[in-house]
Write a protein that binds this ligand. Sequence first.
Ligand code: ZN
Length: 454
Amino acid sequence: MDGGLYNGAVTADLIIRGGTVVPMEEDHRWLDGDLVIRDGRVVEIIEGRAEAAPGQRIIDAEGCLVLPGLIQCHVHVVQSLLRHQADGLTLLDWLRRRTLPYEAALDGDGVAAAAELGIAELLTGGTTTVLDFGTTHHHDRVFDAADRLGIRMVSGRTHIDIADEGCPSRLIEDADASLADAESIGGRWHGAAGGRLGYAVAPRFALSCSRHLLEGCAELARRHGWLIHSHAAENRDEVAAVRELTGLGNVEYLDDVGLTGSDVVLAHGVHVSRAEIGTLADSRTRICHCPGANLKLGSGIADVPGLRAAGVVVALGADGPPCNNRLSAFHEMALAATIHALRSGPRALGAWQALAMATRIGARALHLDDVVGTLTPGKAADVVVVSTDDWAMLPGGDPASRLVYGGTAADVRHVLVGGRPLVVDGRLQTAAPADIRSRVGDAWRATRARMAES
Ligand SMILES: [Zn+2]
């Protein structure tokens, strides 16, 4: 990087020079050369050296791997202040004893600090696009943080209208009032920041929402052309409770209320029947695989090879900071490319497939595949430059293997979104890290105090 040029300023005309470029198109080719970016878009990839125009910025990627920005289709940035404080629990206890009481204790500054922490971690770890799950109150503060820090984010406030065991009353709302609030927030933010921000309607999960609310979420989303984002079939007890309540499997019930379709992204899908896999495939419902969270909460291992074989679009995500406990796409890729060997053999889901789930397939899950997901001329220049200095990256070899099995978030050197350098030499450019640390400390102390009072 030529020095001192990127203090958060938009730089739309540049060359990423001398790296191994991995465009992540279907043919999985790669080449050594230069990536040319103009007006925030990929212009071309040139084997060898591109000629620099006067004033064109050069980012040095010598010895680095250059790939599309990573995409996670299920995260909860607002949960970031609870990280490392909800370990050793299964899903429903994790939710009822720790996570929902924490979310009920968040004020606007808490939401803002948590979002900044989550987004800073995502960006510096090479994740440039997320589908994010919000909490009940103060959701404008999440979009405000995403707007300022520069990440590409589709997000939505959550909906709960059933007093499920352990759910604090502050999170339980009138269904219609919560839908009206979602419509108002979506109206403010969908398409904002030049289309970098988008809205997704986010009912929490089947157990916390009435049928009226779930149907209302489907109606609201489809009236506006927004995505729907929820959780399904993560844990056996959850699935049993849904069956007790409705007489149906979790995915069957969501299908019954209109919450399946190509505009629906469901996190997890661990405990689904063969028939439900067929329903997901036929309806083109997207599943977001969250192996880190599924392992930590002991939820199980989703049959991702089976889902993929049935034709389901399966993306990748870290889920929440308190159930992972990191938001690293590298961690999730390594797990996805490893754990399915247990049931399906070591060829079931390899490094290229995991990398595709975190790039091209993630973009497809969000209907952003004409915008991001590959380094294709005309697409937005969302780019990650990954150092290969770490010993685990050596001596060389297949770039997907190096990235997925050898790479970590700490290897990320530069990150661009829409041609704008947001991370340079590992350092966030759009906010001062010391200020984020300070706000996170203050907000966590205040949130913890309110949790202790309740
Ligand atoms: Zn989640």
